[in-house]
Design a protein around this ligand. Sequence first.
Ligand code: TRP
Length: 388
Amino acid sequence: MAEFRVTPWEVEGEVDYEKLLLQFGADPIPEGIIEELPKPVLLPLKRGYFYAHRDFDKFVEDWKEEKKISVVTGRGPSGPMHLGHILPFYAARWFQEKMGAFVLIPISDDEKYLVRKERKVSEVERFARENLVDILAVGFDPERTRIVIDFEDTYLYKPAVIVAKRVTFSTMKAVFGLTNESNVGWVFYPAVQMVHLFLPQLLLGPHRVLVPVAVDQDPYIRVARDVAEKVGLVKTAGLLSKFMPSLESPFGKMSTSGGVEQKVIWLTDDKETVRRKIMKYAFSGGAPTVEEHRKYGGKPEIDVSFLYLLYFFEEDDRKIREIEESYRSGEMLTGELKAYAAEKIASFLEEHQMRRSKVLDAGPEEKLSEYRLNEEEKRAVLEWGKDL
Ligand code: TRP
């Protein structure tokens, strides 16, 4: 496999997920833990899209003991959202509905401003607003969910400074791949994201917080874990996923840089568009001709349409096994597999889009206000760390 490089801001080449775990030092999901979770188990977790963790077992333990638990997952508003961007939020909703987790959703407009040279402030602010409509459409419980927006929420600054004091420049350089050319905002921003990870504890007192994210965000969890105990908090837990496969490659990341049309399914794509993109671009594990496919069969493990079904869209365990076997044997053709996957994805998107238009009708700002911190909560954040 070709060389690859993964930092929180860049993913290059074809990712070897097992090697990455060794590099990062996270653990594979422990045997037997899935069976302990409420049913139906979150599909990407059951099917191995989330494939590694830090202290997820302790999080589950705390849940079983009916202790307070939280989940944090955020969005860097770098542009419109695609399918891969929204799925972590549906995962967070599952943790809320099934396990009663408090959910914190940070919007890092500051991050996306800092790391992209050409970005204007007005652009990240506009993307933040647009992205929030999709995040609100996921349907979090306003009683147990808070949304923070870095540029707007100045109460985040004080805890960020308290955290920043405990992280050295050499750690930042090593963990985040910074160089002498990185602007200094880029050096400081990780302290802000660490505050995101700690925030449920600042609001509700020390307790276990789980961060379900793509594996490229693990460096934040790593550094946060080192700092947590120094500031009287519980070590952050992480649940790490693979990348949403790009349409073009089972090893690439669904990303918006370069040749976008061939890689991405947008949240706004309609049924026809989804169908056309899958048919035309989705990388196929099928043989080049129907005759060869019938004879030698296909390779589901590298077929992007199959992987989408496996990880996200085919809930039925028996059905997914049938598809896998019939595709591998050559009985099911690429065209059939693609049509089925496109149908499933389009209907997920249709439902998401329906909820999205409800948010728009109700007024996104009004809806958003249900999730913002109230005065008392802001005070709690500002009161934190007096002795540190
Ligand atoms: N850095 C994340 C990204 O680029 C966004 C983000 C900000 C985040 N704060 C977070 C993700 C906290 C998980 C948890 O997408």
